[in-house]
Ligand binder design. Structure first.
Ligand code: VG1
Ligand code: CO
Length: 536
Protein backbone atom coordinates (compact mmCIF):
# COMPACT_ATOMS: atom_id res chain seq x y z
CA UNK A 1 0.00 0.00 0.00
CA UNK A 2 1.37 3.34 -1.07
CA UNK A 3 0.76 5.70 1.87
CA UNK A 4 1.80 9.29 1.23
CA UNK A 5 2.41 11.83 3.95
CA UNK A 6 1.62 15.26 2.57
CA UNK A 7 2.59 18.51 4.27
CA UNK A 8 -0.18 20.98 4.97
CA UNK A 9 -0.36 24.43 6.53
CA UNK A 10 -3.18 24.86 9.06
CA UNK A 11 -6.29 26.64 7.78
CA UNK A 12 -7.95 29.31 9.89
CA UNK A 13 -11.50 28.89 11.06
CA UNK A 14 -11.95 25.12 10.89
CA UNK A 15 -14.09 25.33 14.00
CA UNK A 16 -17.11 23.02 13.99
CA UNK A 17 -20.32 24.97 14.65
CA UNK A 18 -23.81 23.89 15.70
CA UNK A 19 -23.54 20.86 13.42
CA UNK A 20 -20.06 20.22 12.05
CA UNK A 21 -17.94 22.42 9.81
CA UNK A 22 -19.89 24.37 7.21
CA UNK A 23 -18.24 26.53 4.60
CA UNK A 24 -18.69 27.66 1.05
CA UNK A 25 -18.09 24.70 -1.27
CA UNK A 26 -15.19 26.47 -2.94
CA UNK A 27 -13.49 26.77 0.45
CA UNK A 28 -13.80 23.02 1.00
CA UNK A 29 -12.39 22.52 -2.50
CA UNK A 30 -9.22 24.51 -1.81
CA UNK A 31 -6.21 22.21 -2.04
CA UNK A 32 -5.67 20.51 1.31
CA UNK A 33 -8.67 22.09 3.08
CA UNK A 34 -10.86 19.01 3.33
CA UNK A 35 -7.81 16.86 3.96
CA UNK A 36 -6.66 19.04 6.85
CA UNK A 37 -10.05 18.84 8.53
CA UNK A 38 -10.38 15.09 8.02
CA UNK A 39 -6.89 14.43 9.38
CA UNK A 40 -7.73 16.64 12.37
CA UNK A 41 -10.80 14.50 13.04
CA UNK A 42 -8.74 11.33 12.81
CA UNK A 43 -6.05 12.72 15.11
CA UNK A 44 -8.62 13.98 17.61
CA UNK A 45 -10.25 10.57 17.95
CA UNK A 46 -6.95 8.88 18.65
CA UNK A 47 -6.26 7.72 15.12
CA UNK A 48 -8.09 5.34 12.81
CA UNK A 49 -6.05 2.18 13.29
CA UNK A 50 -8.34 -0.86 13.06
CA UNK A 51 -11.48 1.26 13.19
CA UNK A 52 -14.74 0.91 11.29
CA UNK A 53 -16.43 4.07 10.06
CA UNK A 54 -19.67 4.92 8.29
CA UNK A 55 -19.30 7.40 5.42
CA UNK A 56 -22.08 9.06 3.46
CA UNK A 57 -23.70 12.35 2.64
CA UNK A 58 -26.68 14.20 1.27
CA UNK A 59 -25.48 14.01 -2.34
CA UNK A 60 -24.77 17.68 -2.80
CA UNK A 61 -22.12 19.08 -5.13
CA UNK A 62 -18.64 17.81 -4.10
CA UNK A 63 -20.14 14.92 -2.07
CA UNK A 64 -18.80 12.27 -4.45
CA UNK A 65 -15.29 13.74 -4.68
CA UNK A 66 -15.03 14.36 -0.94
CA UNK A 67 -15.98 10.76 -0.16
CA UNK A 68 -13.16 9.47 -2.35
CA UNK A 69 -10.71 11.72 -0.49
CA UNK A 70 -12.04 10.56 2.89
CA UNK A 71 -11.82 6.89 1.93
CA UNK A 72 -8.21 7.22 0.75
CA UNK A 73 -7.31 9.02 3.98
CA UNK A 74 -9.13 6.50 6.18
CA UNK A 75 -7.25 3.66 4.46
CA UNK A 76 -3.92 5.48 4.81
CA UNK A 77 -4.65 6.09 8.49
CA UNK A 78 -5.15 2.37 9.06
CA UNK A 79 -8.94 2.04 9.24
CA UNK A 80 -10.11 -1.56 8.94
CA UNK A 81 -13.40 -0.89 7.20
CA UNK A 82 -15.54 1.90 5.83
CA UNK A 83 -19.23 1.29 5.25
CA UNK A 84 -20.47 3.65 2.56
CA UNK A 85 -23.97 4.38 1.32
CA UNK A 86 -24.41 3.39 -2.32
CA UNK A 87 -23.59 6.30 -4.59
CA UNK A 88 -22.17 8.08 -1.54
CA UNK A 89 -25.67 8.74 -0.20
CA UNK A 90 -26.83 8.41 3.39
CA UNK A 91 -29.38 10.56 5.15
CA UNK A 92 -28.13 11.84 8.50
CA UNK A 93 -30.55 9.66 10.53
CA UNK A 94 -29.73 6.62 8.36
CA UNK A 95 -26.01 7.20 9.00
CA UNK A 96 -26.71 7.45 12.72
CA UNK A 97 -28.65 4.20 12.55
CA UNK A 98 -25.86 2.40 10.67
CA UNK A 99 -23.27 3.54 13.20
CA UNK A 100 -25.41 1.94 15.91
CA UNK A 101 -26.61 -1.15 14.06
CA UNK A 102 -23.17 -2.06 12.85
CA UNK A 103 -21.50 -1.16 16.14
CA UNK A 104 -18.95 1.04 14.40
CA UNK A 105 -16.51 3.49 15.96
CA UNK A 106 -18.21 6.48 14.37
CA UNK A 107 -18.95 8.07 11.05
CA UNK A 108 -18.36 11.00 8.76
CA UNK A 109 -21.45 12.73 7.40
CA UNK A 110 -21.09 15.08 4.46
CA UNK A 111 -23.80 17.69 4.48
CA UNK A 112 -24.62 21.33 4.90
CA UNK A 113 -28.16 20.24 5.68
CA UNK A 114 -30.79 22.76 4.62
CA UNK A 115 -28.24 25.15 3.06
CA UNK A 116 -28.26 25.25 -0.75
CA UNK A 117 -25.75 23.12 -2.66
CA UNK A 118 -23.54 23.85 -5.65
CA UNK A 119 -20.05 25.11 -6.38
CA UNK A 120 -21.05 28.60 -5.19
CA UNK A 121 -23.18 27.38 -2.30
CA UNK A 122 -22.45 25.41 0.86
CA UNK A 123 -20.73 22.20 1.90
CA UNK A 124 -20.23 20.60 5.28
CA UNK A 125 -18.70 17.72 7.17
CA UNK A 126 -19.27 16.40 10.64
CA UNK A 127 -18.07 13.55 12.75
CA UNK A 128 -20.47 11.35 14.72
CA UNK A 129 -19.33 9.19 17.62
CA UNK A 130 -20.07 5.53 18.33
CA UNK A 131 -23.50 6.19 19.87
CA UNK A 132 -24.51 7.48 16.43
CA UNK A 133 -24.77 11.08 17.55
CA UNK A 134 -22.93 14.26 16.62
CA UNK A 135 -19.60 14.60 18.39
CA UNK A 136 -20.06 16.39 21.72
CA UNK A 137 -18.29 19.66 22.43
CA UNK A 138 -15.28 17.97 24.04
CA UNK A 139 -14.61 16.14 20.76
CA UNK A 140 -15.32 19.10 18.46
CA UNK A 141 -12.97 21.18 20.61
CA UNK A 142 -10.26 18.54 20.24
CA UNK A 143 -10.79 18.52 16.47
CA UNK A 144 -10.50 22.30 16.34
CA UNK A 145 -7.28 22.13 18.39
CA UNK A 146 -5.83 19.68 15.89
CA UNK A 147 -6.68 21.95 12.95
CA UNK A 148 -4.51 24.70 14.46
CA UNK A 149 -1.30 22.69 14.64
CA UNK A 150 -1.63 20.12 11.89
CA UNK A 151 1.46 19.78 9.74
CA UNK A 152 0.65 16.87 7.46
CA UNK A 153 -1.98 14.37 6.46
CA UNK A 154 -1.91 10.78 5.30
CA UNK A 155 -3.42 9.59 2.08
CA UNK A 156 -3.12 6.80 -0.42
CA UNK A 157 -2.09 6.95 -4.04
CA UNK A 158 -5.07 5.11 -5.45
CA UNK A 159 -7.70 5.62 -8.13
CA UNK A 160 -11.31 6.46 -7.26
CA UNK A 161 -13.50 3.58 -6.15
CA UNK A 162 -16.75 2.69 -7.85
CA UNK A 163 -19.42 3.45 -5.25
CA UNK A 164 -22.35 2.25 -7.33
CA UNK A 165 -22.08 -1.52 -6.90
CA UNK A 166 -23.19 -3.06 -3.60
CA UNK A 167 -20.73 -5.34 -1.80
CA UNK A 168 -17.18 -5.34 -0.53
CA UNK A 169 -14.03 -4.09 -2.17
CA UNK A 170 -10.56 -3.14 -0.98
CA UNK A 171 -8.71 0.12 -0.80
CA UNK A 172 -5.16 -0.61 0.30
CA UNK A 173 -5.60 -2.68 3.44
CA UNK A 174 -9.08 -1.33 4.18
CA UNK A 175 -12.35 -3.01 3.29
CA UNK A 176 -14.88 -0.71 1.64
CA UNK A 177 -18.41 -2.03 1.98
CA UNK A 178 -21.09 -0.40 -0.14
CA UNK A 179 -24.56 -0.76 1.36
CA UNK A 180 -28.02 0.21 0.24
CA UNK A 181 -28.70 3.48 2.06
CA UNK A 182 -32.38 2.74 2.66
CA UNK A 183 -32.66 -0.93 3.72
CA UNK A 184 -31.56 -0.80 7.37
CA UNK A 185 -33.32 2.49 8.01
CA UNK A 186 -36.60 1.23 6.55
CA UNK A 187 -36.34 -1.91 8.70
CA UNK A 188 -35.87 0.23 11.80
CA UNK A 189 -38.98 2.29 10.99
CA UNK A 190 -40.99 -0.91 10.71
CA UNK A 191 -40.07 -1.85 14.28
CA UNK A 192 -41.36 1.49 15.64
CA UNK A 193 -44.64 2.07 13.85
CA UNK A 194 -47.84 0.22 13.09
CA UNK A 195 -47.29 -0.12 9.36
CA UNK A 196 -50.58 -1.99 8.90
CA UNK A 197 -52.55 0.88 10.41
CA UNK A 198 -50.65 3.45 8.33
CA UNK A 199 -51.11 1.35 5.19
CA UNK A 200 -54.85 1.16 5.89
CA UNK A 201 -54.94 4.96 6.29
CA UNK A 202 -52.95 5.64 3.13
CA UNK A 203 -55.15 3.34 1.05
CA UNK A 204 -58.45 4.59 2.52
CA UNK A 205 -58.80 7.70 0.39
CA UNK A 206 -56.70 9.80 2.78
CA UNK A 207 -54.35 11.88 0.65
CA UNK A 208 -50.79 12.97 1.37
CA UNK A 209 -47.76 14.54 -0.28
CA UNK A 210 -44.15 14.35 0.80
CA UNK A 211 -41.73 16.89 -0.62
CA UNK A 212 -38.18 15.54 -0.65
CA UNK A 213 -36.98 18.90 -2.01
CA UNK A 214 -34.60 17.19 -4.50
CA UNK A 215 -32.58 16.05 -1.52
CA UNK A 216 -31.58 12.81 0.13
CA UNK A 217 -34.96 11.59 1.47
CA UNK A 218 -36.38 10.91 -1.99
CA UNK A 219 -35.29 7.26 -2.12
CA UNK A 220 -36.23 6.70 1.54
CA UNK A 221 -39.70 8.18 1.15
CA UNK A 222 -40.38 6.35 -2.09
CA UNK A 223 -39.38 2.99 -0.61
CA UNK A 224 -41.28 3.44 2.64
CA UNK A 225 -44.33 5.53 1.70
CA UNK A 226 -44.97 4.47 -1.87
CA UNK A 227 -43.42 1.01 -1.60
CA UNK A 228 -44.10 -0.61 1.77
CA UNK A 229 -47.02 1.56 2.87
CA UNK A 230 -48.89 1.58 -0.41
CA UNK A 231 -49.25 5.34 -0.94
CA UNK A 232 -49.91 6.05 -4.62
CA UNK A 233 -47.01 6.78 -6.95
CA UNK A 234 -46.56 10.55 -7.05
CA UNK A 235 -47.01 10.92 -3.29
CA UNK A 236 -43.31 11.80 -3.10
CA UNK A 237 -42.55 15.08 -4.83
CA UNK A 238 -39.06 16.11 -5.99
CA UNK A 239 -37.84 12.64 -5.09
CA UNK A 240 -34.65 12.47 -7.15
CA UNK A 241 -31.62 13.68 -5.17
CA UNK A 242 -29.69 16.28 -7.16
CA UNK A 243 -26.34 17.94 -6.54
CA UNK A 244 -27.88 21.42 -6.34
CA UNK A 245 -31.31 20.44 -4.95
CA UNK A 246 -32.94 21.72 -8.12
CA UNK A 247 -31.27 25.08 -7.34
CA UNK A 248 -33.49 25.47 -4.27
CA UNK A 249 -33.02 25.71 -0.54
CA UNK A 250 -33.74 22.22 0.76
CA UNK A 251 -35.20 23.78 3.90
CA UNK A 252 -38.61 22.48 4.94
CA UNK A 253 -40.27 25.65 6.17
CA UNK A 254 -43.13 27.81 4.90
CA UNK A 255 -40.70 30.01 2.95
CA UNK A 256 -38.63 27.47 1.07
CA UNK A 257 -41.32 24.82 0.79
CA UNK A 258 -43.99 27.33 -0.19
CA UNK A 259 -45.43 25.27 -3.08
CA UNK A 260 -46.26 22.51 -0.61
CA UNK A 261 -47.81 24.97 1.84
CA UNK A 262 -49.89 26.50 -0.96
CA UNK A 263 -51.06 23.02 -1.85
CA UNK A 264 -52.41 22.20 1.62
CA UNK A 265 -54.00 25.62 1.96
CA UNK A 266 -56.04 25.04 -1.23
CA UNK A 267 -59.55 23.66 -0.87
CA UNK A 268 -58.70 20.54 -2.88
CA UNK A 269 -55.34 20.05 -1.15
CA UNK A 270 -54.15 16.83 0.48
CA UNK A 271 -55.16 15.83 4.01
CA UNK A 272 -51.54 15.70 5.11
CA UNK A 273 -48.24 16.94 3.76
CA UNK A 274 -44.66 16.93 4.92
CA UNK A 275 -41.21 17.86 3.75
CA UNK A 276 -37.65 17.11 4.78
CA UNK A 277 -34.35 18.91 4.34
CA UNK A 278 -31.09 18.31 2.46
CA UNK A 279 -29.81 15.54 4.73
CA UNK A 280 -33.16 14.19 5.88
CA UNK A 281 -33.08 15.11 9.54
CA UNK A 282 -35.63 17.92 9.54
CA UNK A 283 -39.36 17.76 8.99
CA UNK A 284 -42.24 20.09 8.28
CA UNK A 285 -45.73 18.90 9.10
CA UNK A 286 -48.84 20.29 7.41
CA UNK A 287 -52.49 19.32 7.40
CA UNK A 288 -55.28 20.58 5.24
CA UNK A 289 -55.34 24.30 5.96
CA UNK A 290 -52.73 24.19 8.74
CA UNK A 291 -49.01 24.49 9.33
CA UNK A 292 -47.86 22.79 12.51
CA UNK A 293 -45.03 24.72 14.12
CA UNK A 294 -42.14 22.41 15.01
CA UNK A 295 -42.55 23.32 18.69
CA UNK A 296 -46.20 22.29 18.59
CA UNK A 297 -45.31 19.17 16.63
CA UNK A 298 -42.95 18.07 19.40
CA UNK A 299 -45.64 18.67 22.01
CA UNK A 300 -48.33 16.83 20.04
CA UNK A 301 -46.01 13.90 19.41
CA UNK A 302 -45.04 13.76 23.07
CA UNK A 303 -48.72 13.64 24.03
CA UNK A 304 -49.53 10.94 21.45
CA UNK A 305 -46.37 8.88 20.97
CA UNK A 306 -47.72 6.03 23.10
CA UNK A 307 -50.16 5.31 20.27
CA UNK A 308 -47.25 3.97 18.18
CA UNK A 309 -45.92 0.51 19.09
CA UNK A 310 -42.32 1.69 19.52
CA UNK A 311 -43.41 4.11 22.26
CA UNK A 312 -46.31 2.18 23.80
CA UNK A 313 -44.21 1.79 26.95
CA UNK A 314 -44.47 5.55 27.47
CA UNK A 315 -41.79 8.20 27.47
CA UNK A 316 -38.94 8.50 29.95
CA UNK A 317 -38.68 12.25 29.43
CA UNK A 318 -38.86 14.98 26.81
CA UNK A 319 -36.03 17.29 25.83
CA UNK A 320 -36.15 20.46 23.77
CA UNK A 321 -33.60 23.03 22.77
CA UNK A 322 -33.82 26.24 24.75
CA UNK A 323 -35.34 28.41 21.98
CA UNK A 324 -38.03 25.80 21.29
CA UNK A 325 -41.38 26.79 22.79
CA UNK A 326 -42.38 25.46 26.16
CA UNK A 327 -45.37 23.57 24.72
CA UNK A 328 -43.59 20.23 25.23
CA UNK A 329 -42.92 21.06 28.90
CA UNK A 330 -46.67 21.31 29.50
CA UNK A 331 -47.15 17.80 28.12
CA UNK A 332 -44.27 16.45 30.20
CA UNK A 333 -45.78 17.98 33.31
CA UNK A 334 -49.12 16.34 32.66
CA UNK A 335 -47.46 12.99 31.94
CA UNK A 336 -45.41 13.34 35.11
CA UNK A 337 -42.12 12.93 33.27
CA UNK A 338 -39.00 15.10 33.18
CA UNK A 339 -38.56 17.94 30.71
CA UNK A 340 -35.06 19.06 29.71
CA UNK A 341 -33.93 22.32 28.16
CA UNK A 342 -30.66 22.08 26.21
CA UNK A 343 -28.61 24.41 24.02
CA UNK A 344 -29.32 24.49 20.29
CA UNK A 345 -27.90 21.53 18.35
CA UNK A 346 -28.63 17.82 18.45
CA UNK A 347 -25.31 16.99 20.08
CA UNK A 348 -26.71 18.15 23.42
CA UNK A 349 -29.42 15.46 23.40
CA UNK A 350 -26.94 12.58 23.09
CA UNK A 351 -26.21 12.11 26.78
CA UNK A 352 -29.88 12.39 27.79
CA UNK A 353 -30.82 9.74 25.21
CA UNK A 354 -27.92 7.45 26.15
CA UNK A 355 -28.77 7.72 29.83
CA UNK A 356 -32.44 6.90 29.19
CA UNK A 357 -33.52 10.25 30.61
CA UNK A 358 -35.30 11.43 27.46
CA UNK A 359 -37.17 9.47 24.81
CA UNK A 360 -38.33 12.31 22.54
CA UNK A 361 -36.32 15.39 21.63
CA UNK A 362 -37.04 18.37 19.47
CA UNK A 363 -35.95 21.74 18.20
CA UNK A 364 -37.94 24.68 16.90
CA UNK A 365 -35.93 24.43 13.67
CA UNK A 366 -38.02 21.52 12.38
CA UNK A 367 -36.02 18.84 14.14
CA UNK A 368 -37.75 16.04 16.00
CA UNK A 369 -36.40 12.66 17.01
CA UNK A 370 -36.22 9.94 19.59
CA UNK A 371 -33.93 7.39 21.14
CA UNK A 372 -34.18 5.18 18.00
CA UNK A 373 -31.10 6.97 16.62
CA UNK A 374 -28.96 9.87 17.86
CA UNK A 375 -29.94 12.44 15.24
CA UNK A 376 -33.14 14.22 14.50
CA UNK A 377 -35.11 12.32 11.93
CA UNK A 378 -37.42 13.83 9.31
CA UNK A 379 -39.17 10.74 7.95
CA UNK A 380 -39.49 9.27 11.42
CA UNK A 381 -41.50 12.33 12.47
CA UNK A 382 -43.71 11.97 9.40
CA UNK A 383 -44.34 8.30 10.16
CA UNK A 384 -45.12 9.02 13.81
CA UNK A 385 -47.63 11.66 12.74
CA UNK A 386 -49.18 9.19 10.29
CA UNK A 387 -49.37 6.56 13.02
CA UNK A 388 -51.13 9.04 15.33
CA UNK A 389 -53.52 10.11 12.57
CA UNK A 390 -54.28 6.47 11.78
CA UNK A 391 -55.13 5.68 15.39
CA UNK A 392 -56.98 8.86 16.33
CA UNK A 393 -58.89 9.13 13.07
CA UNK A 394 -58.92 12.92 13.30
CA UNK A 395 -57.51 15.53 10.94
CA UNK A 396 -54.26 17.38 11.68
CA UNK A 397 -56.24 20.56 12.38
CA UNK A 398 -58.53 18.72 14.81
CA UNK A 399 -55.61 17.15 16.64
CA UNK A 400 -53.92 20.53 16.96
CA UNK A 401 -57.04 22.28 18.26
CA UNK A 402 -57.69 19.43 20.68
CA UNK A 403 -54.11 19.81 21.91
CA UNK A 404 -54.44 23.56 22.48
CA UNK A 405 -57.78 23.08 24.23
CA UNK A 406 -56.04 20.74 26.62
CA UNK A 407 -52.73 22.51 27.20
CA UNK A 408 -53.23 26.04 25.92
CA UNK A 409 -51.37 27.43 22.92
CA UNK A 410 -47.84 28.74 22.68
CA UNK A 411 -47.96 31.18 19.79
CA UNK A 412 -44.51 30.88 18.31
CA UNK A 413 -42.36 32.19 15.49
CA UNK A 414 -38.69 32.56 14.63
CA UNK A 415 -37.47 35.66 12.82
CA UNK A 416 -34.11 35.42 11.07
CA UNK A 417 -31.95 38.36 10.09
CA UNK A 418 -29.46 36.83 7.69
CA UNK A 419 -25.99 37.91 6.54
CA UNK A 420 -25.82 40.76 9.05
CA UNK A 421 -22.42 42.36 9.57
CA UNK A 422 -20.75 40.20 12.23
CA UNK A 423 -19.58 43.22 14.23
CA UNK A 424 -23.08 44.66 14.37
CA UNK A 425 -24.61 41.32 15.32
CA UNK A 426 -22.12 40.77 18.11
CA UNK A 427 -22.66 44.29 19.41
CA UNK A 428 -26.44 43.76 19.52
CA UNK A 429 -25.90 40.60 21.57
CA UNK A 430 -23.30 42.21 23.85
CA UNK A 431 -25.52 45.21 24.53
CA UNK A 432 -28.43 42.97 25.41
CA UNK A 433 -26.21 41.10 27.81
CA UNK A 434 -25.03 44.32 29.41
CA UNK A 435 -28.49 45.67 30.26
CA UNK A 436 -28.64 46.29 34.00
CA UNK A 437 -31.90 48.15 34.55
CA UNK A 438 -34.84 46.19 33.27
CA UNK A 439 -37.36 48.26 31.27
CA UNK A 440 -40.97 48.12 32.38
CA UNK A 441 -42.76 44.93 31.35
CA UNK A 442 -39.60 42.82 31.42
CA UNK A 443 -39.16 40.43 34.29
CA UNK A 444 -35.74 38.98 33.59
CA UNK A 445 -32.96 38.87 31.02
CA UNK A 446 -30.35 36.15 31.19
CA UNK A 447 -27.73 34.39 29.15
CA UNK A 448 -28.47 30.68 28.85
CA UNK A 449 -25.88 28.38 30.31
CA UNK A 450 -26.31 24.60 30.35
CA UNK A 451 -24.90 22.02 32.69
CA UNK A 452 -25.24 18.55 31.20
CA UNK A 453 -27.04 16.46 33.85
CA UNK A 454 -25.13 13.35 32.81
CA UNK A 455 -21.48 14.38 32.54
CA UNK A 456 -21.59 17.77 34.23
CA UNK A 457 -20.03 19.60 31.27
CA UNK A 458 -20.94 23.26 31.07
CA UNK A 459 -21.82 25.21 27.90
CA UNK A 460 -22.08 28.95 28.38
CA UNK A 461 -23.41 31.82 26.26
CA UNK A 462 -26.01 29.73 24.48
CA UNK A 463 -28.37 32.63 23.80
CA UNK A 464 -30.05 35.55 25.52
CA UNK A 465 -33.48 35.00 27.08
CA UNK A 466 -35.87 37.86 27.71
CA UNK A 467 -38.83 37.07 29.97
CA UNK A 468 -41.80 39.43 29.86
CA UNK A 469 -44.43 40.01 32.50
CA UNK A 470 -47.36 37.76 31.73
CA UNK A 471 -45.33 34.79 30.51
CA UNK A 472 -44.13 35.80 27.04
CA UNK A 473 -40.53 35.05 26.13
CA UNK A 474 -38.09 36.13 23.46
CA UNK A 475 -34.74 34.52 22.76
CA UNK A 476 -31.92 35.93 20.70
CA UNK A 477 -28.86 34.05 19.51
CA UNK A 478 -26.45 33.94 16.64
CA UNK A 479 -26.59 31.05 14.20
CA UNK A 480 -23.76 28.53 14.22
CA UNK A 481 -24.44 27.04 10.79
CA UNK A 482 -24.22 30.03 8.46
CA UNK A 483 -21.43 30.59 5.98
CA UNK A 484 -21.82 34.32 5.33
CA UNK A 485 -21.73 37.14 7.91
CA UNK A 486 -23.87 36.55 10.99
CA UNK A 487 -27.45 35.39 11.22
CA UNK A 488 -29.41 36.76 14.16
CA UNK A 489 -32.21 34.48 15.24
CA UNK A 490 -35.05 35.98 17.24
CA UNK A 491 -37.43 33.45 18.76
CA UNK A 492 -40.80 34.73 19.96
CA UNK A 493 -43.28 33.00 22.16
CA UNK A 494 -46.56 34.01 23.76
CA UNK A 495 -48.64 31.59 25.81
CA UNK A 496 -52.44 31.64 25.82
CA UNK A 497 -54.22 29.33 28.24
CA UNK A 498 -56.71 26.69 27.08
CA UNK A 499 -59.68 28.97 27.73
CA UNK A 500 -58.09 31.95 25.95
CA UNK A 501 -58.23 32.96 22.29
CA UNK A 502 -56.66 30.04 20.44
CA UNK A 503 -57.33 31.23 16.91
CA UNK A 504 -55.25 34.39 16.46
CA UNK A 505 -52.96 34.62 13.44
CA UNK A 506 -49.47 33.83 14.72
CA UNK A 507 -47.59 36.95 13.61
CA UNK A 508 -50.41 39.11 14.89
CA UNK A 509 -50.31 37.42 18.28
CA UNK A 510 -46.58 38.16 18.45
CA UNK A 511 -46.56 41.77 17.23
CA UNK A 512 -46.35 43.34 20.70
CA UNK A 513 -43.34 41.14 21.45
CA UNK A 514 -41.61 42.12 18.23
CA UNK A 515 -42.07 45.78 19.10
CA UNK A 516 -40.77 45.29 22.62
CA UNK A 517 -37.65 43.51 21.42
CA UNK A 518 -37.00 46.13 18.80
CA UNK A 519 -37.28 48.85 21.43
CA UNK A 520 -34.95 46.91 23.70
CA UNK A 521 -32.24 46.07 21.14
CA UNK A 522 -32.66 48.39 18.16
CA UNK A 523 -32.52 45.25 16.03
CA UNK A 524 -34.07 46.66 12.87
CA UNK A 525 -32.24 49.97 12.81
CA UNK A 526 -28.89 48.50 13.73
CA UNK A 527 -29.10 45.64 11.26
CA UNK A 528 -30.35 48.07 8.64
CA UNK A 529 -33.38 45.93 7.88
CA UNK A 530 -37.11 46.62 7.70
CA UNK A 531 -37.80 43.20 9.08
CA UNK A 532 -36.59 39.61 9.10
CA UNK A 533 -35.42 37.80 5.97
CA UNK A 534 -37.20 34.63 6.99
CA UNK A 535 -40.06 33.98 9.40
CA UNK A 536 -40.90 30.42 10.33
C1 VG1 B 1 -29.60 25.45 13.12
C2 VG1 B 1 -30.82 25.25 13.99
C3 VG1 B 1 -30.55 24.18 15.02
C4 VG1 B 1 -30.10 22.89 14.32
C5 VG1 B 1 -28.92 23.18 13.43
C6 VG1 B 1 -28.50 21.98 12.62
O1 VG1 B 1 -28.52 25.90 13.92
O2 VG1 B 1 -31.21 26.44 14.61
O3 VG1 B 1 -31.71 23.96 15.78
O4 VG1 B 1 -29.73 21.93 15.27
O5 VG1 B 1 -29.24 24.23 12.51
O6 VG1 B 1 -29.57 21.47 11.87
P1 VG1 B 1 -28.10 27.45 14.04
O7 VG1 B 1 -26.87 27.46 14.90
O8 VG1 B 1 -27.88 27.94 12.66
O9 VG1 B 1 -29.26 28.14 14.67
V1 VG1 B 1 -29.29 20.86 10.32
O10 VG1 B 1 -30.72 20.08 9.79
O11 VG1 B 1 -28.79 22.27 9.61
O12 VG1 B 1 -28.04 19.80 10.57
CO1 CO C 1 -30.46 18.80 8.35
Amino acid sequence: MDVKIKPVTPFDGQKPGTSGLRKKTRVFMEPGYLEAFVQSIFNAIGGCEGKTLIVGGDGRFFNAEAIQTILRMAAANGAARCIVGQGGLLSTPAASNLIRQRGTDGGLILSASHNPGGIDEDFGLKYNISNGGPAPESVTAAIFDQTKTLSDYKTLEAPDLDLTALGEGKLGGMVVEIVDPVTDYAALMETLFDFDAIRALLTSGFTMKFDAMHAVTGPYAKTILEGTLGAPAGTVLNGEPSVDFGKGHPDPNPIWAKPLVDMVMAADGPDFAAASDGDGDRNMILGKGVYVTPSDSLAVLAANAHLAPGYARGLAGVARSMPTSRAADRVAEKLGIDAYETPTGWKFFGNLLDAGKATLCGEESAGTGSDHVREKDGLWAVLLWLNVLAVRKMSVAEILMDHWKTYGRDYYSRHDYEAVDAGVANAIMDDLKAIETLPEGIEKIDSFSYTDPVDGSVSENQGMRVYFDGGARAVMRLSGTGTEGATIRLYLEQYTPADGDLGIETQEALTPLVRAIDALTGLKTRSGRDGPDVMT
